[in-house]
Design a protein around this ligand. Structure first.
Ligand code: ADP
Ligand code: G6P
Length: 514
């Protein structure tokens, strides 16, 4: 208590995202175990485990941070809710390496099963996610999805209001509130209705599609208007920001300026803030003994073969079936490579209650089985497919021994896997094959081999090009990418967004006083 008092005053930052950085699993009536959640948003914001530090947000250390979000479980009873809130506050963890202090700073939002079904599985992951990635509505079920639109959108708004209630409960004057991602597009409006003085920023981790795509959404205007209630709106790339501004001008008839969007004299700042990774964390991990051990094991295991690697959430936007079919084509056309190359595809299951994701899993399994049956021998198979997530050390080792990484997203906001691979390749100087539809293509495009993931003939040819690339060219390409990855960090990204949000609000206050 005393040390709290002696601390210098720090402005508070409330990060609000659908998912907390930990997901909870219920072990008993009032006992919980907590696991670190997967995905780019968590990776970007979470500090590396450091038992000596009270901070858990990268780059925003001058702020006292809190993270408000859903713990990934339904907790209908009050006993469980209290116990989980306590477990988070007391950082009750059962896994040995989970020393994250974050848990003391996590505030859960409780969503009931029906809301999760309609808001998270339905509106967020069956409608907004595929649409923002240019995949349209789920194919088999277009009419049914169209029919359930209204009830799912109602649940979406209700869920956003529940997040707003929790934020409002914890809000103190002067706090900065940073809302994240497509789950919470309705949140800025709800927050400003509570308190028009609140400093509210919103950042989208996915692409924002062309306005021609966005305008097909029945709720297109309402979503745009509620995002515009924020003071600062951020995207990974300039193109996404431009798409958003033109959606506001074309659909809402508002004025787009170089600064953002103007509505009756009020300006919402819109800008690009490209995310990065904590490259130092990866580079220093490569020196750690357990990683070195992993590297030796893997090198031995795949001796005499080139290693190609894919690391993704098992999501349709990642283009996993397309990637595997391109690899098949490469094997078909290059019989001399068949026993000299292996593809390791590590795909962590995600959003498993959504039927589209279930279909994708069986599709991938079927293709992998077919290709291994076709090209495998008694001693080796060409594809190792794992439906799981790897721990940090194993992941670093895999990145380090890889010859060619394959990132073939059909669309991707940024894609941090490509950055992580580059960070771990300073010794090996492997090749990155990268989709031109990932945000990362704008930053790593000059070093990577860029491909259209829909064109498997082109991807197969790129695999051949990558495997045969002379060392000096690999070095030149790697150098370009490495320089970018180490100089554009997650810390800087968060810092820039939050300080710009602070400045934007101050400027707006000055303007209204004039
Ligand atoms: P997305 O946010 O769509 O999941 P990103 O590539 O931006 O895509 O971020 C994914 C994050 O999740 C990365 O930090 C990556 O290391 C991690 N990740 C993804 N798949 C796996 C996996 N199978 N095992 C371990 N970590 C994974
Ligand atoms: C992407 C989204 C994040 C999300 C993550 C994992 O990175 O931008 O908002 O948290 O995927 O997906 P999930 O649905 O499991 O939270």
């Amino acid at each position: 208590e005393e040390s709290e008092d002696r601390r210098p005053f720090r402005q508070r930052l409330l990060v609000v995202a659908n998912r907390l950085p930990v997901s909870a699993v219920r072990r008993g009536e009032d006992s919980w175990s907590l696991e670190i959640s997967a995905g780019g948003l968590v990776t970007a914001l979470l500090e590396e485990p450091n038992p000596y530090s009270d901070d858990f947000f990268k780059g925003v250390k001058e702020f006292e941070a809190r993270w408000i979000g859903w713990a990934g479980v339904n907790v209908p009873d009050e006993v469980g809710q209290k116990a989980l809130t306590r477990a988070l506050a007391e950082k009750l963890l059962n896994s040995a390496n989970d020393v994250y202090r974050v848990l003391q700073k996590c505030i859960p939002v409780f969503l009931d099963e029906e809301i999760v079904h309609q808001y998270y599985n339905g509106y967020c992951n069956n409608i907004l996610w595929p649409l923002f990635h240019y995949l349209g509505l789920p194919q088999e079920d277009r009419l049914a999805t169209t029919r359930s639109f209204q009830s799912q959108f109602a649940a979406y708004k209700k869920a956003n209001q529940m997040f707003a209630d929790v934020v409002n409960k914890h809000y103190e004057e002067g706090d900065v509130v940073w809302c994240h991602d497509y789950h919470l597009m309705f949140l800025p409006k709800c927050l400003k209705e509570y308190n028009s003085e609140m400093k509210v920023g919103w950042f989208l981790h996915t692409p924002f599609p062309s306005s021609e795509i966005h305008r097909t959404l029945p709720s297109r205007s309402e979503l745009l208007r509620s995002v515009l209630a924020a003071d600062l709106v951020g995207f990974h790339t300039y193109d996404y920001a431009r798409h958003f501004v033109s959606a506001c001008t074309r659909i809402l008839g508002l004025e787009g300026t170089r600064e953002g969007v103007e509505d009756q004299g009020r300006l919402t700042r819109v800008a690009a803030f490209p995310i990065g990774i904590d490259s130092h964390r990866f580079i220093s991990a490569l020196e750690a003994l357990p990683v070195q051990d992993h590297i030796r094991e893997l090198a031995e295991r795949f001796k005499g073969r080139k290693v190609m690697l894919g690391v993704d959430r098992l999501d349709m936007i990642k283009g996993i079936p397309q990637k595997i079919l391109a690899f098949e084509k490469f094997l078909e056309e290059n019989p001399n490579w068949r026993d000299k190359v292996v593809l390791l595809q590590i795909a962590v299951p995600t959003r498993t209650d959504v039927p589209e994701y279930q279909k994708l899993t069986s599709q991938v399994h079927e293709i992998v089985g077919r290709i291994n049956g076709r090209f495998g021998t008694l001693s080796a198979v060409p594809i190792h497919h794992l439906d799981r997530s790897l721990d940090f050390h194993a992941l670093c080792a895999l990145y380090a021994i890889t010859d060619v990484a394959l990132v073939t997203s059909l669309r991707d906001g940024m894609n941090l896997v490509s950055y992580e691979f580059v960070a771990c390749q300073d010794a090996k100087k492997g090749v990155l094959i990268l989709s031109e539809f990932a945000g990362a293509a704008q930053s790593l495009g000059a070093g990577a081999i860029l491909v259209n993931p829909w064109n498997i003939t082109e991807v197969a040819a790129s695999i051949a090009q990558a495997l045969n690339m002379p060392a000096d060219e690999r070095e030149k390409r790697h150098k370009h990418n490495f320089k970018h990855v180490i100089s554009h960090t997650a810390q800087e990204w968060a810092e820039t967004f939050v300080s710009e949000l602070n400045d934007t609000v101050v400027e707006a206050q000055l303007r209204t006083r004039q």
